[in-house]
Design a protein around this ligand. Sequence first.
Ligand SMILES: *[C@@H]1O[C@H](CO)[C@@H](O)[C@H](O)[C@H]1NC(C)=O
Ligand SMILES: *[C@@H]1O[C@H](CO)[C@@H](O)[C@H](O)[C@H]1NC(C)=O
Length: 242
Amino acid sequence: MWRALVFSLLTVLSICLADDCEEWQHGASFLQSGQYLQSHSSASGLKRGFLGNPHEWWVPAACVLAPFMCLEPFDCLNNTGQLKSRQENEAQMAGPNGVNVASWCYSDPSYYNTAVLQCLVKKDLLAYAQTMFEYSVARHPLDETDATYCAYMGFCHNDQVTLNTTLDEAQVMCDELFPVPNGWRSAGAPPLPGKEFTAADAKNYAMAACAMGNYQCDVIYCRETYCKKEQYQHIFEEVASK
Ligand SMILES: *[C@@H]1O[C@H](CO)[C@@H](O)[C@H](O)[C@H]1NC(C)=O
Ligand SMILES: *[C@@H]1O[C@H](CO)[C@@H](O)[C@H](O)[C@H]1NC(C)=O
């Protein structure tokens, strides 16, 4: 469910700036980078973006916060001309060849030096598990929602993924789990969950993980944290009884 924030926060990005919302306080240095870029840029597009389309300013600012986001394979500044628009990305997360890590360009910046860095840059699945566990506990009840995601997806019992599972191997697993047609390769951004995080939500988020390249990391995240911790067992029992 932590991915839910990805999309909801994007739509309120400019509002967050005005309202000084929590995510932005959290990312204070990022905000300063944005303001720095804005005041030091002659590109009026950056100023317009500040009030309107966030894409125009926050992606350049992200290069300061997390320089790898502006290099390949993310290329959030679209230097290679391959970056899909936010609308295109929401309509279909995967790219023509499968995983589309550039989807992260449209995610909340709080994921850059956490999820993206550990899973896709360092490819350290264990560090991802620990980092995202801390991330979600700090945003409680996000941790409980993530545990629910783990439960519905049966990730505690998934021994196909190892600490060495690569992005390419994960795509094969994703194809088995969510095959063509109507599988992860054509899935759009997950709709925001309602009050209760359902099996359908879990499937949508897992498909998004496949498309964004963090499926294998999510399996390890579940297995190494929620699955092992006593305080989340009631969630697994609840889901199992449904
Ligand atoms: C990326 O660049 C290509 C080629 O210039 C352009 O068609 C596309 O719209 C750009 N994407 C974004 C998100 O600006
Ligand atoms: C991962 O690869 C390393 C080095 O190749 C190996 O030592 C280790 O046993 C592997 N771990 C798993 C879980 O496959």
